[in-house]
Design a protein around this ligand. Structure first.
Ligand SMILES: CSC[C@H]1O[C@@H](n2cnc3c(O)ncnc32)[C@H](O)[C@@H]1O
Ligand code: ZN
Length: 434
């Protein structure tokens, strides 16, 4: 099923343009774009294709605001340890030994398959050999913001760090107008592993090319302590001094921050990615996501890579988000289901610069739609579909997925490629890694 007109009818339509559920509603797509959303009783148009979504939720495709898609290669390789040893003793050595264009492509394909099958239609990614990630994204048929990695030591595909920003810039030039579903970007690793000069040059390139700048920040207490000891400022003050904070900068993690840091983000319109699965597994801490949103900051949800999560299921991430913040604040009303659903859809889309294109079923936006089957024992009965999406659904409940109006997952099966072959290739590579 490709473009033309498609009518998805029946079920609970949750457009995320407001906090409404249209029981027995319908959605019309025309030429890959949302044409109209109907409520029960509205006269429905004739369409080329009709999808019966009775017993299902029809919602915008989920938006994963932070991932390193090739890292599914390292899923389960190093668990139950803090970020510092996970990264320095296990992941960086594994990357130095095993990351090359072939392995990046295989890992990225596997991650894209996992994300699409679990209802995520857009991912904001960052890694090395990002051209290979882009090729994988195109092959599978997903939407993505892809950041080429920048770090001030030798990295996969970037043996000479003095060329890191130039290589990232060339990636952006190559992909800027290549395929409508791919938006290129530049990803600086952290304010510790990139010098002030590197960060400033990378952001200057992003401004000139009109693309998103991404950076991990304040992930652990030690990250912030070291910066305070070395320079007497917080990482946020550093980025402010370097004039990096604006609406096209996505700050990832934001765990150890103070009121002044939040005020800086709010003043500049800087956006945030909240990654509770990774932050809890690495015991990094809890991002003050509610306080950020109270300041008007757009906060999206991210899985981070599968090596620190260890899955890429945004339904799982939504549940973690809601429960973590309730337990942490001792307030059961904190992070209610609608707030979390907004983070996984419209707020995430805004956070990565795609708020005008995706994240809700507003007429004129691209046709990225996830259909979730509620006819399951663990989703019965249905009083409130929004509640089920956050507290009871898993990615395995996703039935159909459309990206840009094209059906890519049908009845739980990926249409674009052979999933077993993708899994086999990653298992083959993993034999050399262990
Ligand atoms: C330039 S981004 C790719 C780079 O980042 C590493 N990475 C993956 N997850 C994390 C994390 O949570 N904190 C810091 N760095 C991370 C990844 O291994 C790549 O080397
Ligand atoms: Zn990350």
């Amino acid at each position: 099923m490709t473009k033309g007109t498609t009518l998805i009818r029946g079920g609970w339509v949750i457009p995320m343009t407001n906090r409404a559920v249209y029981d027995g509603g319908a959605v019309l797509m025309k030429d890959g774009v949302i044409g109209a959303v109907f409520q029960k009783g509205d006269e429905l148009p004739v369409a080329d294709e009709v999808v019966d979504a009775t017993g299902c939720v029809v919602m915008p495709g989920l938006v994963n605001t932070h991932c390193h898609s090739p890292m599914s290669l390292f899923r389960g390789l190093a668990d139950d340890m803090p970020l510092d040893s996970w990264l320095n003793d296990h992941i960086f050595p594994a990357e130095a030994a095993h990351i090359n264009p072939t392995t990046v492509r295989a890992g990225a394909l596997l991650s894209c398959v996992e994300m699409l099958l679990s209802g995520t239609t857009t991912v904001c990614d960052g890694y090395f050999y990002e051209d290979e990630v882009a090729e994988a994204v195109m092959e599978v048929g997903m939407r993505a913001v892809l950041g080429h990695g920048v770090i001030d030591f030798p990295a996969p595909g970037v043996p000479d760090p003095s060329e890191n920003v130039a290589i990232a810039e060339a990636f952006v030039e190559r992909w800027k107008n290549r395929w409508s579903l791919i938006t290129p970007s530049i990803f600086c690793h952290t304010p510790h592993t990139c010098s002030e000069k590197t960060i400033a040059r990378a952001k200057e390139a992003c401004r000139r090319l009109g693309v998103l700048f991404q950076i991990h920040i304040a992930e652990t207490e030690d990250d912030v302590q070291r910066m305070k000891e070395d320079r007497g400022i917080t990482p946020y003050q550093l980025l402010d001094d370097l004039q990096v904070l604006d609406e096209s900068t996505l700050l990832i993690h934001n765990v150890w921050m103070n009121d002044g840091d939040m005020a800086l983000m709010a003043r500049h319109g800087t956006t945030a990615s909240h990654n509770p699965g990774s932050n809890t597994k690495l015991a990094s801490g809890v991002c003050p996501a509610s306080a950020l949103m109270d300041q008007g900051i757009h906060v999206g949800l991210g899985t981070d890579g599968a090596a620190s999560n260890n899955n890429l299921d945004l339904f799982n991430e939504m549940q973690t988000t809601a429960k973590l913040h309730k337990a942490y604040s001792l307030d059961p009303a904190a992070m209610d289901a609608w707030t979390v659903l907004e983070m996984a859809t419209i707020e995430g889309a805004k956070a990565i610069g795609l708020g005008g294109q995706i994240g809700s079923l507003l007429p004129g936006k691209r046709g990225d739609i996830t259909i979730v089957d509620m006819n399951k024992p663990h989703l019965t009965p249905v009083y409130n579909p929004a509640s089920h999406l956050v507290y009871a659904t898993t990615g395995a409940d996703v039935r159909d997925v459309f990206v840009d109006g094209k059906l890519v997952v049908k009845e739980g099966n990926l249409l674009s490629l052979d999933v077993q072959a993708v899994m086999d290739e990653v298992s083959r590579i993993a034999k050399k890694i262990e």
